[in-house]
Design a protein around this ligand. Structure first.
Ligand SMILES: [Zn+2]
Ligand SMILES: [Zn+2]
Length: 338
């Protein structure tokens, strides 16, 4: 099959690789209908993560079931499915506790930007739509493989509640989905930290009530002013850098919580401030399957339309340009059509 591979920082190629095959009774093969580039794909692309030269990359996709192993009884070839980036059995003690991202049988999508992908633990992971969805819904359905549930997880972890004040740090697709999650959960004030006009526009469309373009100390001061000096009840940290985390803790009110979903790189926690102000930290890798059925209902009923985070669609053969566009922040999120 044709698949996206990474060879070195900045070196993305489309190459012929072996087709995935059913190796375990819990496996399924999915023919990818749409995949996309994730902010976390940019870590290895920028040389911040180790790279195994020639390995496939891409962990977000939706598609049609092609083949299933003998233990997979709820899905048949032809089913249109959302593929959570983190595969789980949905039955182990951690799944039962809502931490499917720490499943004892955890698997991760390895070739979401390709023609086919392997889903380990298909029975516990996949969620089907009734028939082929309308093409207009595809982008929103695709966000359900990672970014939308990840933004939702940040909001859940930060304890977003009706009437509360929320700040979202990070204006990538996950941060924007975090704004949408907070709005859907009924937060009253939603402050999006963003200095990019197209992203500010989507944040506003998703329900942000305030936009703060400043960062660092001036950013914290701007939030203080909006919140009457109190700070935010809930802060969604959707970046993963030390600066973003520092700002998140600077913004959270005493007794507040930071929900973090950005893959941490070089983060140090302000443990003294956390202690003195009783500011909590929760979150981590999103248990996509936990939220997937509810989020699918929200998409299918038209209550949320997270698919507008995609501002560029490219054929698989041009995926390298998709990485460049996201790396240079020319694009928020790139949809890839195999
Ligand atoms: Zn992702
Ligand atoms: Zn499990």
């Amino acid at each position: 099959m044709r698949a996206t591979t990474i060879h070195a920082p900045g070196d993305i190629r489309v190459e012929e690789v072996p087709d995935p095959s059913i190796n375990a009774p819990t496996d399924a093969i999915v023919k990818v209908v749409a995949g996309c580039v994730c902010g976390s794909d940019l870590w290895p692309y920028r040389g911040e993560n180790p790279i195994k030269a020639g390995s496939t990359i891409g962990h977000e996709c939706v598609g049609v079931v092609e083949a299933v192993g003998s233990d997979v009884t709820s899905f048949v070839p032809g089913d249109f499915v959302i593929v959570p980036f983190d595969h789980c059995d949905n039955t182990c003690p951690h799944c039962a506790a809502g931490v499917q991202s720490a499943c004892v049988n955890l698997g991760i999508t390895q070739s979401g930007q390709a023609e086919y992908t392997l889903v380990t633990q298909a029975e516990g992971s996949l969620v089907r739509t009734d028939g082929m969805p309308d093409g207009a819904l595809l982008p929103s359905l695709l966000t359900l493989s990672d970014v939308m549930p990840t933004g939702w997880h940040a909001a859940v972890a930060a304890g977003v509640r009706e009437g509360g004040t929320v700040v979202v740090v990070g204006d990538g697709a996950v941060g924007l989905c975090g704004v949408l999650a907070a709005a859907t959960m009924g937060a009253e004030k939603i402050i999006a930290m963003s200095r990019h006009e197209p992203r500010q526009k989507i944040a506003t469309e998703f329900g942000a009530t305030h936009i703060v373009a400043e960062r660092g100390r001036p950013g914290v001061a701007a939030v203080e002013e909006i919140t009457g000096g109190v700070g935010a009840d809930a802060v969604l940290e959707c970046v993963g850098t030390g600066d973003a985390m520092e700002m998140a803790f600077g913004i959270a009110r005493p007794g507040g919580t930071v929900g973090f979903v950005g893959v941490p790189h070089g983060v140090e926690l302000p443990i003294r401030r956390m202690f003195q102000k009783n500011i909590g930290l929760a979150g981590g890798m999103a248990p996509v399957r936990r939220y997937l059925p509810d989020l699918l209902d929200l998409v299918l009923s038209g209550r949320i339309n997270p698919g507008i985070v995609f501002d560029l669609t490219l054929p698989l053969e041009q995926v390298a340009e998709g990485y460049r566009a996201m790396d240079e922040r020319r694009s928020i999120k790139v949809l890839i059509e195999p």
